[in-house]
Design a protein around this ligand. Sequence first.
Ligand code: GDP
Ligand code: MN
Length: 417
Amino acid sequence: MNIHEYQAKQLLRARGVPVPQGDAVTTLRDARRLVRELGGGVVIKAQVHAGGRGKGRVVSTAGRTAAMYKRLEADPEKVEGAVVGNRRGGVRLADGMEEALEEFRALSNHFLVTHQTGPGGAKISSVLIEQQTNIASEYYAAVLIDGSIGKPVVVASTEGGQSIEEVAAENPRAIIRQPVDPEEGFPAFRGRQLAKRLRLPSSAIRPAGQLFAGLYQTFVETDATLAEINPFVLTGDGGIIAVDAKLNIDDNADFRQPLDELRDLSQEEKMEIEAERAGIGSYIKLDGNIGCMVNGAGLAMATMDSIMLHGGEPANFLDIGTVNRVERVIAALRIIQKDPDVKAILINIFGGLARVDIVAEGVVEAVKKLRIKQPIVVRLNGSNVEEGRRILLESGISVESAEELGEASRLAVAAAR
Ligand code: GDP
Ligand code: MN
């Protein structure tokens, strides 16, 4: 699960990582109070679950930003569009109250489109206002799990501020990777050694060591899958401070992390939330136009592959799981049907513990109750398949049937066109 920069900074601050003074606000009144408190120059930052904000663009409404997103993906420098404010991104510097409030208004409750948000952009649900940092140079720090060695690894680079993927592609030698013995952890002296390898000036070695140790501690204590500071900076007077922060927390740690408190539903796909509420474990919205309803994660992936092999694009990943309840099938079809991108629906069920006849009953009820307009292709196999086919046949609803997945995919791709 993704959390906001301001939340990540609170968690880091509590573990000794130096971060700028500031807070997230949602109202003009709180913004004014905070700017007065901070005094001097401030930085105003859109809080969205996406990176690349500095190079993003702010728009006043969601949607109709697909073209802008395409250009952003291709070349962030050249984007144009319905830009609010001064044709600038989601991170803005302001000197004094008047400028700060102007930028707050330009960001608050608007939408930010970055190369990471997808074409709809992300709602700016709150705005982080912080004391401005006087930056001399930018560095990169992160902790993540290296699956190949089964251990955490601390990653650091002198090329901070830009995307680490780009650095990895263009200048891989600028990236230091330091595996961690989880028994030992990553104490400050290890952090100081790393700071020296980055050739930080002597005044910055101790605070940078503290930053690495605090970052590692945060990674462990919050059950993060990724803890990233990009950039942490050397300030004009030789100090160290984390200017940006990103924390991804493992959903499986739900039982011991306050995930509900940290979660921001406004940053999540609406239909994914609805699927979760309906008790459907896995629903992920995708860019294509063929809605898929499948049981089993492996079969769902094979179905997506097969659709693409036949020249189509899946609109979603959906694993309805082992269901023997008609209601679950209807709930799943309701979610697929609501997606305006869906032009055809492919139902691929292999009944093992799940019973094909119950799924068929659900499909029939859903088509009647929800008045599903999109063409439906079904491929059923496994437990009680004969009964399932009979139910579909005798229901009088209009579906195309296929014996094999390849044939079903071909029919669905044709129907979506
Ligand atoms: P991102 O674009 O979403 O990664 O947002 P960041 O918080 O990393 O900000 C992007 C860039 O803005 C940083 O790499 C800095 O160069 C710049 N920036 C952010 N905060 C400050 C600040 O307080 N002072 C100055 N001078 N630049 C800043
Ligand atoms: Mn950043």
